[in-house]
Design a protein around this ligand. Structure first.
Ligand SMILES: Cc1ncc(COP(=O)(O)O)c(C=O)c1O
Length: 372
């Protein structure tokens, strides 16, 4: 099993750390280790100061797993396995799938959500949204795609790259379709908690369906991707055991410093998320002003949640050409939709960084110089 190269990660690895400004990164603004530690309560501070840099407990330090479980109604620490987020996708897919299984994936998507299934030899159906209807993923199309061989449905709401979030009724229907099919539901919730209207937050899939697996972590909404801490949460004890056994072949256990920093981050989640949501809201307003001033160059369905959005680009030679020229001339990174295997007419905007307005100003200057 060897997945095809990860187009988005290869593109990012070429440009992300060379760019002066990224207009497309999906994570929110980070804080320094020093600032994060200054927020520690007495217990976490003691753990941090006395931390020994040995191996850690394979499923994750119990205090951290308890903190994570407390965010999900009806789950306990035993229902949670600490993983690196992208590792969690590999672990879960490897345990749930075999050659010939049918998998339905909300698409476009983060590549590993379908690429690992493809590399296992699964038959993957791409469930596509309707751009003209606000990127809606229509549950009727999902229902129509289900076959007796459907073993897994993969969703990612809030959605990367569109920022789409289904209504509660649509989400209920998606869960009902999975249940009726007897299929697992893998729900990538890396962008949860960043709903622009907090009342729009959906329940986590693992709370509402016993065969659901939730993937979440600190990389996106919390702005702590450098910790490499995430988790798989499910009430299916047999699956959770299989995940733990598989993890022995990937990372074995988490990083000791990251676990304590993650505990501090989670205990201060309102502060982290509140700050990041403010940044996203500000950047959406800035983006919309830019779109209005640039007469149709870019247009979007405004994201409903998360730290990213997908904008349609009107540029004769396509999005990839636009992005590569912008990077070469100006050191500003934008992601073309071609890295999502989703045509060449869109770009992804990352809305969680505090220098987003500076990036758009650089883009505006570049456009003006080209036309002037
Ligand atoms: C939808 C989604 N899932 C999972 C991941 C993986 O997260 P990490 O990079 O922290 O492993 C990403 C990262 O971009 C993502 O966008």
């Amino acid at each position: 099993m060897r997945p095809k190269p990860f187009a988005l990660e290869r593109y990012m690895s070429r440009y992300e750390f060379r760019a002066e400004i990224s207009l497309s990164s999906s994570d929110c603004e980070s804080v320094s280790q020093q600032e994060l530690v200054s927020w520690a309560d007495d217990e976490a501070r003691r753990l941090w100061d006395g931390l020994s840099l040995g191996y850690t407990e394979s499923p994750g330090v119990p205090l951290l797993r308890a903190e994570i479980a407390a965010m999900y109604a009806g789950l306990t620490a035993d229902d949670v396995l600490e993983v690196v987020p992208s590792e969690g996708i590999l672990v879960a897919m490897s345990c749930m799938l075999g050659p010939g299984d049918h998998v339905i994936v909300a698409f476009p998507s983060y590549q590993s959500l379908y690429g690992i299934a493809e590399s296992i030899g699964c038959d993957v159906t791409r469930w596509r949204p309707d751009e003209a209807r606000g990127w809606r993923f229509d549950p009727a199309a999902l229902r129509a795609a289900v076959t007796p061989r459907t073993r897994l449905i993969v969703v990612n709401f809030p959605h990367n790259p569109t920022g789409y979030l289904p209504s509660p009724a649509d989400f209920d229907e998606i869960v009902a379709i999975a249940r009726a099919a007897g299929a697992y539901l893998f729900s990538d919730e890396m962008y949860r908690f960043l709903e622009l209207e907090p009342a729009d937050r959906l329940p986590s899939a693992c709370e509402v369906y016993e065969k659901a697996v939730t993937l979440s972590g600190l990389s996106k909404s919390f702005g702590l991707p450098g910790l490499r801490v995430g988790w798989l949460a499910t009430r299916d004890a047999e699956l959770q055991r299989a995940f733990a056994e598989f993890k022995d072949f990937t990372t074995i256990c988490g990083s000791a410093p990251s676990e304590i920093l993650a505990l501090i981050g989670l205990r201060n989640r309102e502060r982290l998320i509140g700050r990041n949501l403010d940044i996203v809201e500000r950047n959406i307003a800035t983006a919309e002003t830019f779109f209005a001033e640039r007469g149709g160059l870019l247009a979007w369905n405004r994201p409903r949640a998360g730290s990213i959005g997908l904008a349609r680009l009107r540029w004769p030679s396509g999005a990839l050409d636009f992005c590569e020229r912008l990077m070469a001339d100006e050191g500003v990174m934008l992601l073309p939709s071609s890295v999502f295997d989703f045509g060449d007419e869109h770009v992804r905007l990352g809305l969680g960084r505090s220098n987003f307005a500076d990036g758009l100003a650089r883009l505006a200057g570049w456009l003006d110089r080209r036309s002037g």
